[in-house]
Write a protein that binds this ligand. Structure first.
Ligand SMILES: Cc1ncc(C[n+]2csc(CCOP(=O)(O)OP(=O)(O)O)c2C)c(N)n1
Ligand SMILES: [Mg+2]
Length: 523
């Protein structure tokens, strides 16, 4: 069968004033994304840019950042228009500047990290910490508010997005999928996940396939096949593709807004139909193909070589800034092209008319409770819990022992040098100790796992027998955090009572309590 031409959005839904504001908000994101890669000082360019304002080691990923920020800004419009709960996952998470920037602009970053305040000093600290010793990485790491997907190992963005949408009927999960990421086996098969989505019981996943043409410095398959063939591929997977393509910002804002409106309407129509009729049928959910240049709005050329729309834009598009006045000047011109003086006020805060574009409170994707932990918080709301998902056990070994091993510094920064660690493992606990015995904080590592207990069990009761159930783990935390050892006694007792009640129910009825089976994260 020949490929059908894909549906294109035609209308221009943004009034000129709104289009200008959305563009200004996006420029603010791009300014911050570039600023965090380069600037150590002079964050608002209020004085001429000098060498000493620039970081000595330039690290980070510019290439996919403007595209990610573009998606984020347009999702904000949908959230505001419909009071829609949404979260955002970035498949190629190394575009962190493009996510950190809108997270900072909507205020969440400063709420969680008060020294990264919404003013000139805070912006300076926010820039400095990025890809800097003692600071944060260039991925959407767990420290990134609202991030449930780091994107380090490519391939799982869609799977994680579906995991978040299942059993959360009111949630919209937007997921940026890299065109390079799409070449991994896990990602290629995960498109099928939509077949398991129940339009009554589950939320929606909106994939945005980011065709920026390159995976690091190699061309990608999906950006090189004819558009019709790509549309057929997506249809074949069961999706309804919508294309947004180009590089002229104002045209692209109109196209993206029209497409977002169309996708959102389609999602709601599927859900409304299924929820009102009570019939859950398979839906051909919408997805977006966003084709934009890699390093969009960055330097077009450096030293006569093509950068924007090319692999050279992937990381730091303009380097060699020391002892190189023309490069320094080019960087200054690039940063000023976003017109920061029109975006930030005297103090260095985003101007109010742009700030009004950000969703409020927990409608901000960075502050959505679905993407920010719960559990013991109900009882101890000031406790700080770091959740680390170990998908590759060899990361636990020192770098010198195994090629996948984390360096000691990375391990210490993740697992700390002195805080208690509760490790919930589906296998034998000794394995974890064997892999991690050389680590600084090994003495604080408490592993729960399979203890050879269980025969005919319910899922929860099997976990209780092996002490890896939710109650045992929460009790473990209370026992290990010094402050809670005293304060937590009566909560511990309540958790034990709940555990006994659950076990008795399983013994009596042969199944877990409905409250356990139907449990959802408290919001
Ligand atoms: C499974 C896996 N294979 C290889 C890599 C190395 N890698 C890091 S980024 C990248 C390219 C990703 O391409 P794309 O998804 O298009 O993101 P973009 O470069 O456009 O930001 C690769 C291959 C990885 N992180 N994970
Ligand atoms: Mg790419």
């Amino acid at each position: 069968m020949s490929a059908q031409p894909p549906a294109a959005a035609v209308s221009s839904p943004l009034a000129p004033d709104m289009a200008a504001k959305i563009d200004a908000y996006w420029r603010a994101c791009n300014y911050l994304a570039a600023g965090m890669i380069y600037l150590l000082d002079n964050p608002l360019l209020r004085e001429p840019l000098k060498e000493e304002h620039i970081k000595k080691r330039l690290l980070g990923h510019w290439g996919s950042s403007p595209g990610l920020a573009f998606m984020y800004v347009h999702l904000n419009r949908i959230i505001n228009a419909h009071e829609q709960e949404a979260i955002f996952l970035a498949g190629p998470g190394h575009g962190a500047p493009g996510v950190l920037a809108p997270v900072y602009l909507e205020g969440t970053y400063s709420e969680i990290y008060p020294n990264k305040s919404e003013d000139e000093e805070g912006m300076k600290a926010f820039f400095k910490q990025f890809s800097f010793p003692g600071g944060i990485g260039s991925h959407c790491t767990p420290e990134t508010p609202g991030s449930i997907h780091e994107g380090g190992e490519l391939g799982y963005s869609i799977s994680h997005a579906f995991g978040a949408a299942f059993d959360n009927p009111n949630l919209l999960v937007a997921v940026a999928v890299g065109d390079g990421e799409s070449e991994t086996g896990p990602l290629a098969t995960s498109w099928h996940s939509s077949k398991f989505l129940n339009p009554i019981r589950d939320g929606a996943v909106l994939p945005i396939l980011h065709l920026n043409g390159y995976k690091i410095n190699n061309p990608t398959l999906l950006s090189r096949i004819p558009k019709g063939e790509l549309a057929e591929l997506m249809r074949g997977y069961g999706w309804t593709p919508h294309f947004v393509e180009g590089d002229d910002p104002m045209t692209m804002h109109q196209q993206m807004a029209a497409t977002m409106d169309a996708c959102y309407a389609a999602i709601r129509a599927f859900q409304d139909e299924a929820r009102s009729s009570g019939k859950a049928t398979r839906c051909h959910w919408p997805m977006i193909v966003l084709r934009t240049p890699k390093g969009w709005t960055g330097p077009k050329e450096v030293d006569g070589r093509k950068v924007e729309g090319f692999w050279r834009a992937h990381q730091v598009p303009l380097s060699g800034l020391h002892n190189n006045p023309p490069h320094l000047h080019q960087l200054e011109a690039w940063l000023k092209s976003y017109r920061p003086e029109q975006l930030f006020d005297e103090r260095g805060k985003l101007i109010p008319e742009l700030r009004a574009l950000a969703p409020k409170g927990t409608l901000r994707m960075s502050a959505n409770p679905h993407a920010n932990g719960g559990l013991l918080r109900e009882h101890f709301d000031d406790i700080k819990i770091r959740f680390i998902n170990v998908v590759d056990l060899f990361k636990l070994q020192p770098a010198g022992e195994h090629p996948h091993g984390l360096s000691d510094a990375d391990f210490d920064s993740l697992f700390t040098k002195d805080r208690p660690i509760i490790f919930n493992f589906h296998g034998y606990p000794w394995l974890i100790h064997r892999l991690a015995y050389r680590r600084t904080n090994h003495r604080n590592l408490h592993v729960r796992g399979y203890k050879e207990k269980g025969s005919i069990n319910t899922p929860l009761e099997l976990a209780i027998q092996n002490e890896i159930d939710r109650f045992s783990l929460a009790i473990d935390v209370i026992n290990r955090v010094p402050r809670l050892q005293v304060a937590g006694a009566h909560i511990k007792q309540r958790l034990r009572d709940m555990q006994i009640e659950c076990r008795n129910y399983a013994y009596e009825y042969g199944i877990d309590k409905p409250a356990i089976d139907d449990w959802t994260w408290p919001l």
